[in-house]
Design a protein around this ligand. Structure first.
Ligand code: IMP
Length: 419
């Protein structure tokens, strides 16, 4: 089974860390292909919780090569801090990363601009990690590829050019631009550490695929946050969908054999933007509390709501899902009635499709499902689940048009049904 993409089917935070960690048992290489330290993938091993932001979730498995591909934006200091933290916790392999020399570096002025914009009326609720401004520089062809860390003179020149371009923006936003010296002094100490890890990661991935090794492409964020296919402009700045694995990691579509969509049993969203099934009541609060729905990067409470099937059908189509992994099913335990959005009422009538515009005007049409009260965290096979939970899973499979290969019933690695 060579190329497998794992992609979020909602607004991110579907539980990618755990699922990628489980699937990595069968993978030789794990590749992050988009986004940067805006992601926060939570891994729970034993009683320990590890959150990785830049490092691929495969890092905890011996013998798995981890790749940060060119579709990513990387904050060198954060990456080094994350490696140090993982090593401190005993994951000595954390340093064994392959970093694309064509991924782009996030510098201090990117974070500054992101933060200043978030204080304006047009705030999107970003993670303020400099993601948007860094991708803007990349598209404007004045970015700083990670390869520049090999040559401090080139780094100075490129960072100087980037900084000059942002100065008027920073001033207009009421901020004070950093000096070039301070930008460089922040990044230079990490250049020497990361430079030996830089390489052509697309060639490395190709070599692995040719050798019939299993390569797992780990998506970040989710389909509805994708810059092309998400709820624009309330999206991130990268290609979070499955197709992003091809452009972001440099592999052709023919090399991808399977696309696994991650579907949380309910919906969440962080930051601004339309969310038709949002619950602003006690049930929403309960989902937040039981599901521990607080941003792993920013600590912000996540908005919570019922499962949205038009959105899931859309994600299945855009990504070409052929398997799903259902996460956090246990969080629904104890709710007597589960509502699921099956269609929308729009100003022009009822639709079962996910609209590409005007989502704000859509009102969900719900169908109610029976809940269950039994603790399901001990379930290891579908037959261990109560009937109502099995029916809920079957309903999700039906909407996605494919089978669930994993149903997660708790945060621990073993609290999982593998079909
Ligand atoms: P940015 O990616 O920091 O620019 O943020 C843009 C939007 O994407 C905001 O609404 C963020 O809350 C959201 N976002 C970015 N990364 C994640 C993630 O990993 N999980 C969930 N939401 C995210």
């Amino acid at each position: 089974m060579p190329g497998i993409v794992v992609v979020g089917a909602q607004w991110g935070d579907e539980g990618k860390g755990k699922v990628v960690d489980i699937l990595t048992e069968h993978a030789h290489v794990v590749v992050r292909y988009a986004g940067g330290p805006n992601a926060g993938h939570t891994l729970v091993v034993g009683n320990e919780k590890v959150i990785v932001r830049l490092v691929p979730s495969g890092i905890l498995r011996e013998g798995t090569a981890c790749v940060l591909a060119q579709g990513m934006v990387i904050d060198p200091q954060r990456l080094c801090d994350e490696i140090d933290e993982l090593k401190k916790r005993g994951y000595q392999r954390a340093g064994e990363l392959h970093i694309s020399d064509r991924a782009h570096a996030i510098l201090s002025y990117h974070r500054l601009v992101d933060g200043l914009r978030e204080q304006t009326a047009g705030a999107l609720g970003t993670t303020k990690r400099g993601i948007g401004p860094c991708y803007e520089d990349k598209a404007a062809r004045r970015g700083v590829p990670m390869g520049a860390l090999r040559d401090l003179r080139e780094l100075r020149e490129l960072a100087g050019r980037g900084l000059e371009a942002w100065k008027p923006v920073i001033a207009a936003l009421g901020g004070t631009a950093p000096t070039l010296e301070s930008v460089l002094s922040e990044i230079e100490p990490f250049a020497a550490r990361l430079a030996p890890r830089l390489c052509d990661t697309a060639a490395l991935v190709d070599e692995a695929l040719r050798a019939k090794k299993t390569v797992l492409f780990e998506g970040a964020q989710g389909t509805l946050l994708d810059v092309d296919h998400g709820t624009y402009p309330f999206v991130t700045s990268s290609s979070a969908v499955a197709g992003g694995a091809c452009t972001g990691a440099g592999v052709g579509p023919t090399r991808i054999e399977r696309v696994v969509g991650l579907v949380k049993a309910y919906c969440t969203r962080v930051g601004a933007g339309p969310f038709p099934t949002e619950l602003k009541d006690e049930t929403g609060e309960r989902l937040r509390k039981v599901g521990d729905e607080f941003g792993s990067v920013t600590g912000r409470p996540r908005r919570t709501g019922w499962l949205d099937l038009p959105a899931l059908r859309y994600a299945a189509r855009i990504n070409g899902l052929d398997r799903i992994a259902i996460t956090k099913l246990d969080v629904l335990t104890g709710l007597p009635k589960l509502r699921v959005c099956v269609a929308y009422e729009t100003p022009s009538g009822r639709t079962e499709s996910f609209p590409t515009s005007g989502l704000e005007q859509c009102k969900p049409v719900y169908r109610d499902y029976e809940g269950w009260s039994e603790n399901i965290s001990g379930a290891r096979a579908m037959g261990d689940l109560p009937r109502a939970a099995r029916e809920y899973v079957a309903m999700i499979e039906d909407a996605a048009g494919c089978e669930a290969m994993i149903v997660s019933v708790g945060s621990r690695r073993d609290e999982t049904i593998q079909k």
